[in-house]
Design a binder for this molecule. Sequence first.
Ligand SMILES: C[S@@+](CC[C@H](N)C(=O)[O-])C[C@H]1O[C@@H](n2cnc3c(N)ncnc32)[C@H](O)[C@@H]1O
Length: 248
Amino acid sequence: MNDLEKYFYKNTGRQISKWKHYFEIYDRHFSQYRGTDVHVLEFGVSQGGSLQMWKEYFGPNCKIYGVDINPHCMTFEDDQIKIFIGDQEDRQFLHSVAEEIPRIDILIDDGGHTMKQLICTYEEMFKYIDKDGIYLAEDLHTCYWPYWSGGYKKRGTFLEYSKNFIDSINAWHSRSFRLKVSDFTRTVYSLHFYDSILVIEKRERDQPSEFQSGISTIPEYVPIENFRMKLNRKLRIIKNIFTKKEDS
Ligand SMILES: C[S@@+](CC[C@H](N)C(=O)[O-])C[C@H]1O[C@@H](n2cnc3c(N)ncnc32)[C@H](O)[C@@H]1O
């Protein structure tokens, strides 16, 4: 059991609401920040228990920020904990939050979990996360639940939306004009899809390059298909040259 899990099961203070398997995922991505002056922003305050848990886990130098639509959540402000009241679907409000926080190392989206809320929060806030920071959205099972406007392979769910991130992170290798290198390609190091959770680790990246080391001693196996493709391409080029000459 990691420290977060221990804290959760011993908790007699403010209520925390988390799925059991999340603790291993949090610890896997967040433990590197323990004891530092990490700035954590969590959407969804509810009873204030998770903010207390983060404060305990990250230590005396961390700064925890919570966002919730419920004005009663303001009562959960505390040492090292600041609360913002507003709607995570309100893009102006999101910008105003980002402007008040000096830095975001970790963003956790545990807010209302509707598709609009998830997409809006990602679209507006991702750029504000530090270049080496982490984005984590949880409870993504709502992407399958009609009440939250989810559904299997349904267009517009956050999971369908985020499946495109897999293409974006690989865009350096694209041969299609429809998939181009973007800020996402240049600033995202890895994507982690778990049950109900997506973690995005940011890190600046250059165009990837391949190298060989050591000595090659046997002829390489080249599939016959590659020969055929190359031959066909050459034949097409020759044919085009001759057709153009005949035209002129
Ligand atoms: C799942 S609870 C958060 C649980 C909390 N993080 C915890 O671990 O104990 C979701 C919270 O999101 C808030 N919420 C719902 N819709 C919202 C919206 N549009 N903008 C901001 N917060 C919202 C709710 O008021 C509720 O407190």
